[in-house]
Design a binder for this molecule. Structure first.
Ligand code: UDP
Length: 240
């Protein structure tokens, strides 16, 4: 906050905005299922109106626009691992749809603005990410289990724990974002950014217990609706 080159503007991206920019990173939207489902209407409005307003600004300022999309655009995937060219298997009316379909529509907006106006857009699809300064109540599995282990509470595995995820460290994601923004004009992706090593959620729980030395036990809870069974990025490039 003390850096003279830094300016913080508090603004709701659902409303249009005007500021001088060269590059826009559109990260607006809660990403944890607990948080994005809390106010689902607000989540999908943030994705669609926020992306529209950001793209209008990019057009007006001739700025580059990077869209933080998600592996959730693949839904509960029928192909494994997930290559960018895969179109996905998404429930349009489920409890995850506000996020999945919001992010899918945001990708569509990026590509339609690009084709109609020539604005430079860059789409990345982010896979599960963890790192320092996650909130204890973030709700996602890595922070949930670490917080539970440190507090001596039971580790909650949803379903039978056989579902898989691939977890990337935040610094690698940030590097991926910067590299994507620096790609040549005309390259829009989409590009998966994630770690291709795949864990079951039960393996993750065991690892957290081992590394923390916690006496906590693992308990099983109901699997939430539409929870994807397998998630692992294929690191390749989609046809344009
Ligand atoms: N999960 C779990 N226990 C938790 C939180 C999540 O078993 O306390 C499971 C969840 O059902 C999903 C996986 O861990 O299968 C990853 O969930 P998360 O919310 O981190 O991200 P998602 O990939 O579902 O968006």
């Amino acid at each position: 906050m003390g850096n003279p080159d830094f300016e913080l503007v508090e603004h709701d991206v659902q409303e249009p905005f005007d500021i001088d920019v060269d590059e826009i990173y559109n990260l607006a939207c809660p990403a944890s299922p607990v948080h994005y489902q809390y106010d689902a209407v607000d989540t999908i409005r943030t994705c669609i109106l926020g992306t529209t307003n950001g793209l209008d600004l990019a057009v007006a300022k001739k700025a580059k626009f990077l869209q933080a999309s998600t592996s959730e655009v693949y839904g509960d995937p029928l192909v494994h691992p997930q290559l960018e060219a895969y179109w996905g298997n998404v429930n349009p009316v489920g409890i995850r749809s506000c996020y999945d379909e919001g992010k899918r529509c945001a990708e569509t907006l990026c590509m339609d603005y690009h084709r109609q106006t020539g604005v430079e857009v860059k789409i990345i699809r982010i896979l599960n990410t963890y790192g320092p300064r996650m909130l204890p109540n973030d709700g996602r599995v890595v922070s949930n289990m670490i917080v539970q282990a440190l507090r001596g509470e039971n580790l909650t595995v949803f379903g039978d724990g056989s579902q898989t995820r691939s977890f990337q460290y935040i610094d690698d994601l940030v590097e991926g974002m910067l590299r994507m923004m620096a790609t040549e004009d005309g390259f829009s992706g989409p590009v998966n950014i994630g770690n291709p090593s795949e864990f079951t959620i039960s393996e993750l729980a065991q690892l957290v217990l081992e590394l923390s030395g916690s006496e906590s036990r693992i308990i099983f809870k109901e699997l939430p609706a539409d929870d994807p069974k397998r998630r692992k990025p294929d690191i390749g490039l989609a046809p344009q």
